[in-house]
Design a binder for this molecule. Structure first.
Ligand SMILES: Cc1cc2nc3c(=O)[nH]c(=O)nc-3n(C[C@H](O)[C@H](O)[C@H](O)COP(=O)(O)OP(=O)(O)OC[C@H]3O[C@@H](n4cnc5c(N)ncnc54)[C@H](O)[C@@H]3O)c2cc1C
Ligand code: SF4
Ligand code: SF4
Length: 386
């Protein structure tokens, strides 16, 4: 069974390398012309001793060595049918060519997009993080005497922007020896190596202050540059992809883990996993761990000769089924199909056992009492409570 990976950023590449090493057939699709995602735009990453671009080049070269990994750039998923262990997808490559792939699992690693926060004053002195990275990378900074990073401007900053703030505050302080202040409501330092970076920035003289409701115009008078973080958004096309694959998104539109009590990479559909920034707000160190966890999960699934079926899956009594479609619409795990029964000469609901989580939602909603959960049949339960 092969694996389809969507997204050629560091998350998708890390997962693909691991699965390639395990000997699995992998198809990786990247929407853009080049692989690498957002890391390509960063000048440095705290804790990485080479530039993100060089790191990415190394990883891409490593990946290209695997003859069992097919990489397609300018490629997108346009349709997926089937279920865990037996998916069938259509890919659009270079805007025209269609290609079909059969695969047992999917890893979604589509990352993030950014948008500038709305600021009611226009000034050359206001810089966002993406522009700052570009200035640093291309040596475009001349002389600065005071820089202010304003965090949590519109709403609380994401961890990604907090990480970028700390890293760049330290970098500007060390490189340019200018005064650097970080103003925030509540700076989050919850990721891997975060606390260490925060301490290093403080020790080098970056000044951190807690503020609430500062006027941007007043701040502009006090500094050469005012750096404001972008809003982190789900990658463009996340909604369309969630519809194609039948996976859930959270209130902010990012892919949503199935259940906080389960492994974090699981989606609401068996065989579909999330990796990287498309479902967690984190920097590179955490993204690498997360992508490997998604790859282990996919490996554990496809390495077996057959997909394991849970003991407590649902079962439909086709004769009783009134074809009201309530179960089809309500199953959160897309484990129900409608099939024609030759024996009965009619269509009826059918459980896809491999995909069923045994949650019991369909059994409680079926007004014809046509569905039961194995091991929890009405008769058995009644006996227990009598
Ligand atoms: C301004 C900024 C500063 C940052 N600074 C730091 C930092 O200092 N340190 C740090 O550790 N991290 C930082 N990050 C975060 C870091 O960039 C991310 O953690 C990392 O890039 C996430 O990798 P990813 O592979 O999950 O996503 P991405 O890098 O976003 O890659 C996703 C890839 O998927 C592709 N894709 C999207 N949708 C589709 C689709 N439908 N089909 C096919 N392909 C698709 C995209 O084209 C992209 O190539 C920063 C991010 C930003 C925006
Ligand atoms: S809810 Fe019951 S009656 Fe309706 S389609 Fe499903 S099994 Fe059939
Ligand atoms: S028990 Fe019913 S609702 Fe729950 S996953 Fe199985 S088919 Fe879907």
């Amino acid at each position: 069974m092969s694996i389809l990976i969507i997204g050629g950023g560091i998350a998708g590449i890390t997962a693909a390398i691991y699965l390639g090493e395990q000997g699995h057939k992998v198809t990786l699709i990247e929407r853009g012309e080049i692989m690498g995602g957002r890391l390509n735009n960063l000048f440095s990453v705290y804790g990485l001793d080479i530039s993100p671009k060089d790191f990415m080049c190394e990883q891409v070269s490593k990946l290209k060595e695997f003859s069992n990994v097919d990489i397609f750039t300018c490629a997108e998923l346009i349709e997926t049918k089937g279920h865990v262990g037996n998916f069938n997808s259509k890919l659009k490559i270079n805007n025209s060519k269609l290609r079909e792939v059969k695969h047992g699992a999917v890893i979604i690693a589509t990352g993030i997009d950014v948008s500038a926060p709305k600021i009611d004053c226009n000034s050359q002195k206001i810089i966002n993080h993406t522009r700052l990275e570009d200035y640093i990378a291309n040596n475009k900074i001349r002389r600065l005497s005071k820089v202010i990073f304003l965090c949590d401007f519109d709403k609380e900053d994401s961890q990604i922007i907090a990480l970028s703030t700390l890293k760049n505050a330290l970098l500007l302080r060390e490189k340019l020896r200018c005064e650097v202040s970080v103003l925030s409501r509540n700076i989050k330092v919850a990721g891997k190596n975060f606390e260490q970076l925060y301490t290093a920035a403080r020790e080098k003289g970056v000044v951190f202050s807690t503020v609430d409701g500062i006027a941007v115009k007043d701040l502009l008078l006090k500094c050469d540059w005012l750096i404001i973080g972008e809003n982190i958004l789900p990658s463009q096309g996340t909604e369309e992809l969630s519809v194609i694959l039948g996976v859930e998104r959270d209130k902010q539109g990012f892919f949503q883990n199935n259940n906080v009590h389960f492994m974090p990479n699981l989606s609401n559909r068996k065989g579909i996993f999330f990796a990287g920034a498309c479902h967690i707000d984190a920097g590179l160190n955490d993204i690498l761990d997360d992508s490997l966890t998604a790859a282990y999960a996919a490996h554990n699934l496809v390495a077996k000769s057959a997909i394991e079926i849970g003991e407590k899956t649902a079962e439909v009594d086709e004769e009783k089924c009134a074809l009201c479609l309530t179960c089809l619409r309500s199953c959160p795990h897309k484990a129900i199909d409608i099939e024609f029964s030759r024996e009965l000469g009619k269509k009826a609901a059918k459980i896809i056992e491999e995909a069923c989580f045994g949650c019991g939602i369909c059994t409680s909603l079926c007004s014809s009492s046509a569905i039961e959960l194995r091991e929890y049949e009405d008769e058995k339960i009644l006996k227990l409570i009598r």
